[in-house]
Design a protein around this ligand. Structure first.
Ligand SMILES: Nc1ncnc2c1ncn2[C@@H]1O[C@H](COP(=O)(O)OP(=O)(O)OP(=O)(O)O)[C@@H](O)[C@H]1O
Ligand SMILES: O=P(O)(O)OC[C@H]1O[C@H](OP(=O)(O)OP(=O)(O)O)[C@H](O)[C@@H]1O
Ligand SMILES: [Mg+2]
Length: 285
């Protein structure tokens, strides 16, 4: 039986959310991650647990067909590799940062400076595009400490909350790129496995849609229904059902997480009562 082979980070920031999205797609994976490889019980899929930084090469060589990986790693090591879905987790940015006390007006101030990073290709490409030449020091971790120990004048690393920069007395000066976890595809994937990939993508899309929305039920007096319905976005138009109590209706709809609280406030003001909000498990459009 043909199975699609997916690479997932063995341990680290992407591991848990990657396995969660597969689980939410209804895929049960048998073995623990102590093994290098695990087989799904109810979907033609095999999981390979790998180091994040090695995944672009595995994709390129066709050892795995697809992978869940940070876009930043593809920019650094896999610009030849295609991506299909943005997965809406592990959001971060790759930034240049310098000591708080350093005078910095533009990227030109980095000319001739020493920059510590784990993302040399990304920094090199960025600085070249700005006509700046700097001296890159490649280190694999704890990059933010480099300026404090005299190893570099500035750094390029991942920033999310900014607290690591803050703790190391650094300031973010340029955002080189924004990143999130994506589904990456091997250039060598076979036709047969593309069919499996399309099934998986269909499920992933339904899960991501569902995560982005809430199912909302509310009660409304009939004379307020028009106003309430005009506030609701909904998939098509809301479902309106009569309540046992005369003159009242129950309204059911779907609201996007991004505008959720604003819409709820408007609904309350328009006379909605007994508002219930439920998570959605899958959403097929
Ligand atoms: N602070 C952060 N906030 C959000 N996402 C992050 C953060 N740090 C890293 N990431 C994302 O998670 C990915 C994995 O990061 P992690 O630190 O777990 O792995 P790594 O040490 O780069 O790789 P390896 O698996 O090779 O050890 C990064 O490539 C990036 O896309
Ligand atoms: O802006 P923040 O929210 O502070 O996050 C940024 C930090 O997170 C990552 O490190 P991680 O914790 O993954 O450690 P690592 O260097 O061992 O990979 C990254 O390399 C930064 O150091
Ligand atoms: Mg890290």
């Amino acid at each position: 039986m043909t199975r699609i082979r997916i690479a997932v980070q063995k341990s680290g920031r992407l591991n848990e959310d990657s396995l969660k999205i597969l689980k939410d797609c209804g895929i049960s994976i048998d073995n623990g991650k102590d093994q290098l490889k695990a087989t799904a019980r109810n979907f033609p899929l095999e999981v390979f647990y790998l180091r994040n930084g090695d995944i672009p090469q595995y994709l390129r060589d066709g050892v795995v067909d697809i992978a869940i990986i940070g876009e930043n790693v593809l920019v650094e090591k896999g610009s030849d590799i295609d991506t299909k879905e943005k997965l809406n987790f592990s959001k971060c940015r790759v930034c240049l940062a310098v000591p708080k006390g350093m005078k910095y007006n533009s990227v030109k101030d980095l000319e001739g400076k020493r920059i510590a990073t784990s993302y040399p290709n990304t920094v090199k490409g960025y600085l070249e595009s700005k006509g700046v030449s700097a001296d890159l020091h490649i280190i694999n971790g704890s990059v933010e400490i480099a300026p404090n120990i005299g190893l570099a004048d500035g750094i390029c690393d991942i920033v999310s909350s900014g607290s690591t920069l803050f703790k190391n007395n650094l300031k973010e000066v340029e955002v080189i790129l924004k990143s999130e976890a994506v589904l990456a595809i091997s250039p060598q994937i076979s036709e047969e496995r593309i069919e499996i990939l399309e099934k998986l993508r269909f499920r992933i899309k339904s899960v991501l849609q569902a995560r982005q929305n809430k199912y909302v039920l509310l009660n409304a007096p009939n004379n307020k229904l028009d106003e309430i319905i005009s506030i609701l976005p909904g998939m098509r138009s809301p479902t309106v059902l009569p309540l046992a109590e005369e003159g009242w209706s129950s309204v059911h709809t779907v609201i996007n997480r991004d505008t959720f609280w604003e819409v709820i406030d408007e609904l309350k003001q328009a006379g909605a009562e007994g508002i219930l909000v439920c998570p959605i498990e899958k959403m097929v459009l």
